[in-house]
Design a protein. Structure first.
Length: 69
């Protein structure tokens, strides 16, 4: 029975150590995303190019509806 208490104490200690390491890594910015903003800049033009096409398609659809009525 005493082995269970020892293993329980060891497991709680290990869990607290891992939790402390996780909190320290979050505070130090280990999980900050530094890669995505630099890549987003490369694909921004494609998104801007697609938006006018959507507006143009909407205008063509409304014009077609007006001529059909």
């Amino acid at each position: 029975m005493s082995v269970i208490y020892v293993l329980l104490a060891i497991s709680i200690t290990v869990a607290l150590v891992f939790f402390a390491a996780f909190v320290l890594s979050v505070r130090n910015g280990q999980y900050d995303d530094a890669y995505t903003p630099s890549v987003r800049m490369l694909f921004e033009d494609e998104l801007l190019d697609q938006e006018p096409n959507l507006d143009k398609n909407k205008a063509e659809i409304t014009q077609t509806k007006r001529t059909n009525q």
